[in-house]
Design a protein around this ligand. Structure first.
Ligand code: C5P
Length: 287
């Protein structure tokens, strides 16, 4: 039985600006996405004893049925590659990435399943359109590079080089569904000031530390501006992190925040300070 084990990394959004509502109902955005070493572990095998798809999950609870993006990715690959009458697909998923968290966990799982199936079957197929169909963040996780400037609805990717960083992730404990966060933008985008000028990224020097950040501009996120007055836990988290460092931000539509550090010692100190104050605190690195 052929089998592949693969890590599905989480991502952070180093700045995020929503630039408009598109005709297809999605939003256009500008952000820098960076993979980090927090990851889910996925094993995919082609198994003649399985009919269709089998998914077993462990770790953070996750659906073991066709509502899981890992399952959807396997189903889409089977359909596109004409595998209906071939072997079944067995997937085991150990979930470490909180979901929903703004960390792209489900999208990363989907991308990992697509990449594993392409290797296992030796079927050469363009995964890009499948990624876009599965979710706006999936194309980024199909990219081999660690970081990218991202525009469009998430599918236009320009790889960028970021210096290595250490990070501490903090979950506010609240539940913020992504569609609801985008709906807030539809209703209140007029309230936002142009606080995240990251569009002129070609002028930026990405490879170096800049005023304590591995990223040359502010880490502002339009979602934070919209959400923090409505979610007291997010407001409290933002306040606590800003007391600790300038180099902090909200990932995606949250509710996971991050702080970035140059050295492991600084990150460890922050981890100690934050542990116990929030439901989930996790230290990792860019990767
Ligand atoms: O693409 P994905 O399935 O991750 O998106 C979840 C929801 O988030 C979409 O249904 C849409 O409401 C919203 N979304 C958006 N614009 C994006 C990404 C997501 O409006 N660029």
């Amino acid at each position: 039985m052929k089998k592949i084990s693969i890590k599905a990394p989480a991502k952070l959004n180093l700045g995020l600006r929503i630039t408009g509502l598109r005709e297809d109902g999605f939003h256009s955005l500008e952000s820098v996405f960076s993979k980090i070493t927090l990851s889910d572990k996925i094993t995919v095998s082609l198994d003649p004893s399985v009919s269709g798809i089998s998914l077993r999950c462990s770790g953070i609870p996750s659906p073991q049925n066709n509502s899981n993006l890992a399952w959807k990715a396997a189903q889409l690959f089977m359909d596109e590659a004409g595998m209906e009458n071939l072997e079944g697909i067995r997937i085991t998923l150990h979930k470490n990435i909180p979901s929903p968290g703004g960390l792209g966990g489900g999208s990363s799982d989907a991308a990992a399943v697509l990449l594993a199936l392409m290797k296992l079957t030796d079927i050469e197929i363009d995964l890009g359109p499948m990624g876009e169909q599965l979710g706006s963040d999936v194309p980024f996780f199909l990219l081999p590079e660690q970081a990218a400037f991202v525009t469009g609805r998430g599918e236009i990717l320009t790889p960028v080089h970021l210096p290595h960083f250490h990070c501490v992730l903090v979950h506010s404990g609240e539940n913020v569904p992504t569609p609801m966060a985008f709906k807030l933008w539809d209703e209140h985008s007029g309230d936002l000031t142009e606080a995240c000028p990251i569009s002129n990224y070609t002028a930026l020097n990405f490879g170096v530390w800049h005023e304590g950040k591995p990223f040359p501009v502010k880490l502002d996120n339009h979602f934070l501006t919209l959400l923090h007055s409505r979610h007291p836990g997010m407001a409290r988290t933002a306040e606590e992190l800003s007391r600790l460092t300038d180099s902090w931000g909200l990932s995606g539509s949250g509710p996971t925040f991050y702080t970035l550090f140059r050295s492991e010692a600084e990150a460890k100190e922050a981890e100690e300070h934050l542990t116990g104050k929030f439901p989930w605190v996790f230290r990792c690195q860019s990767g």
